[in-house]
Ligand binder design. Structure first.
Ligand code: FAD
Length: 333
């Protein structure tokens, strides 16, 4: 893996800029632009060339105006149609492809969220090109860096396709600034083809805590917590004291201590907060894949040989049932 510093790197790509035109797919939910999607604009900025934002759903005007202010975007293509409200990939992919063909874009970028992961492979298949997943860096307009084997190896991949369909890892590309832009807004093509898939319902776990994927601080618990009651009793006050989001290992989720949506790791969320404080987590490779890029990792574990201590910046060997409440009490003071 070759590393590049920001400024040199952008300059080295500028020769290609004139030929490039990127389409950043902007995920929205209930009329709000999702911050996670704005990393795709940053990635497009690194590529150089013109940047168009794409957004679809019902009553899209306000969110299109919000997107028009995102720095770096020159034009917003908006499609106002309730069929695209929930971002159902079966409906959204053909719509996006129609607009890609009309706009003649060279690079299509979306966040590597559930939405992006469902949508972009379909888009790539419809365009008959390869999809490039979960990139963490851009080497040039056809060469991208992405982790493989749960982050144990880094692959540099080159695509010769005319259109590059890419999802980007949110923790590798900071969200573009939401102020300072003044993009034009135009209606996209919408053939209004009959949508085969219909949204029925969703069950969301509600929480007043910060969103796990974007929080600056995450407090995470593992199998060491022993039960849901203990997880809640011990970990939630610590999260409250720090103003942190809650995360969990897969063992904790599978044992029913924490909700599925809180799983951190290879098959859960990828996070890179300023502080990742975990207790009762051994540090399995699949868990590390989701948090090892955190700025400061602090771990509490009663086993001094637990692998988590190999990645931790700060470690405390001890019984979490003593140490976590003690820490919480001190933080509250
Ligand atoms: P354990 O490994 O059982 O560790 C519990 C830890 O708690 C131990 O280190 C123990 O010393 C400590 N402990 C116990 N009691 C106390 C106490 N009183 N005080 C302090 N410490 C205590 N895992 C994930 O987390 N995320 C994923 O996305 C994920 N994806 C996976 C995908 C695949 C394909 C596979 C095969 C596995 C995946 N796993 C994932 C599972 C992973 O391999 C581990 O099994 C899991 O991370 C273990 O969770 P844990 O650390 O909570 O539990």
């Amino acid at each position: 893996l070759k590393s590049h510093s920001g400024p040199t790197y952008v300059a080295s790509l500028s020769a290609f800029s004139r030929l490039l035109s990127s389409l950043a797919v902007l995920e929205q939910k209930d009329g709000k632009l999702l911050q996670g999607a704005l990393g795709s604009v940053t990635a497009a900025q690194k590529l150089g060339g013109s940047i168009t934002g794409f957004i679809a759903g019902s009553n899209i005007k306000a969110v299109a105006e919000e997107a028009a202010k995102v720095k770096g975007i020159e034009k917003i293509i908006a499609v106002d149609n309730a069929s695209y409200d929930k971002g159902l990939p079966e409906n959204y992919a053909p719509l996006l492809v129609e607009n890609i063909k009309k706009g003649g874009f060279t690079h299509i970028l979306a966040g590597h969220s559930a939405f992006g992961k469902s949508l972009m492979p379909r888009v790539a298949a419809l365009l008959d090109v390869q999809q490039i997943s979960d990139i963490t860096a851009i080497e040039d307009e056809k060469t991208f860096v992405r982790p493989i084997y749960a982050g144990n190896a880094i692959a540099t991949v080159e695509s010769s396709d005319d259109i590059k369909v890419i999802t980007i890892r949110g923790t590798a590309f900071a969200a573009a600034e939401t102020e300072g832009g003044s993009a034009s807004i135009e209606d996209g093509v919408d053939s209004n083809a009959e949508c085969a898939t219909e949204w029925v319902s969703e069950q969301l776990s509600k929480s007043d805590r910060p969103d796990l994927a974007t929080a600056g601080k995450v407090v995470s618990g593992g199998r060491g917590l022993k039960s849901k009651e203990e997880f809640d009793r011990v970990m939630l006050p610590l999260a409250d004291a720090l103003g942190a989001a809650i995360g969990a290992s897969r063992a904790a989720v599978d044992s029913g201590y924490a909700d599925n949506s809180l799983q951190v790791g290879q098959t859960g969320k990828i996070v890179a907060p300023q502080l990742y404080l975990c207790a009762g987590i051994s540090g399995a490779i699949q868990h590390l894949a989701g948090m090892k890029d955190s700025k400061v990792i602090a771990a509490i574990n009663k086993d001094a040989d637990a692998p988590i201590f190999q990645v931790a910046d700060v470690g405390l060997v001890g019984d979490l049932f003593d140490k976590v409440p003690e820490l919480t009490e001190k933080l509250n003071k």
